[in-house]
Design a protein around this ligand. Sequence first.
Ligand SMILES: NC(=O)c1ccc[n+]([C@@H]2O[C@H](COP(=O)([O-])OP(=O)(O)OC[C@H]3O[C@@H](n4cnc5c(N)ncnc54)[C@H](OP(=O)(O)O)[C@@H]3O)[C@@H](O)[C@H]2O)c1
Length: 310
Amino acid sequence: MKYRKLGSSDLSVSEISLGSWLTFGLGVDDSSGRACVDAAFDAGINFIDTSNIYGVGAAEEFLGRALKGRPRSSYILATKLFFPMTETDKGLSRAQVLKQIDLSLKRLGTDFVDLYQCHRYDQETPLEETMLALTEVVKAGKARWLGFSEWSPAQISAALAIPGVEKFVSSQPQYSIIARRHEPEVFPLCAKNGIGQIVWSPLAQGILTGKYKRGAPPPAGTRATSPEMGGFLSHWLTDENLAKVDRLRPIAERAGMSLAHLALAWVLRRPEVSSAIVGASRPEQVKENAAASGKTLTADLVAAIDAAVA
Ligand SMILES: NC(=O)c1ccc[n+]([C@@H]2O[C@H](COP(=O)([O-])OP(=O)(O)OC[C@H]3O[C@@H](n4cnc5c(N)ncnc54)[C@H](OP(=O)(O)O)[C@@H]3O)[C@@H](O)[C@H]2O)c1
């Protein structure tokens, strides 16, 4: 496993990290989840991403159980807040930031997270209030570094312009061969300001592994067939995207890689990307995905991929 520095922080994160949306505490049973966590450590993955909203606390609780007994210094833990935990507990007000960090730490069974992220921008709370509250969390030692997910360039710039507060070191955008909207503006703005990208759904929830085929029902045991996990996949599982995957198959063959490796090497080709956060329902997937670290693509292959999905 190779490691990259996360923005201007002192964190050295594995190129492939382990996510927990829809899987742990929700669609994947505890023993498979534990096997995925063990496989991650075995493969040198040191970075685990979660959120208070994943399974409405259940993913953090699962990780609290699964990580118990491992030295706290052996992994880098990231969580997030913003989405409604109850009808009234939501957003990024000072009261919520101070409340949600304590609840997350309790579920995770730790005194601090390495990275605390705003899961989205909160239009209802003055940005300065959020940044001051996050700074309090860092000063209290409950989070070491701060990040955001899916903020616009204007929102990122506004946060960076506030004096006397902790600065963001990470951005968590959706980024994959078929989801590139943050590339032109967010990537360069962040690079200039010491903010690394930790990218989500780099396999487009499994689509870029090639296991879903046009005109065929989704294979049994995949996210698309799962009542708990499939809901967010259906609008990506289109003929158009599956046709793109079909055009990527010969390119992966030419590269001598699986499609999953092609997709992960493709996001990691960008130096702005510190880590690809990959979800998994079984340990074999973690092992396979971790092996993408260090794989590179020639300029010819990158151009062929661009043409295949244009
Ligand atoms: N910040 C945000 O708003 C946000 C949003 C979404 C996700 N995230 C983060 O990003 C992480 C990753 O996102 P994600 O889970 O949606 O997408 P992903 O990593 O693109 O896809 C993960 C899913 O693909 C399948 N898969 C993984 N490796 C495979 C392999 N080698 N071969 C075949 N199938 C494979 C598995 O599903 P099945 O086996 O069930 O088919 C797995 O659960 C999340 O866990 C979360 O931590 C953040």
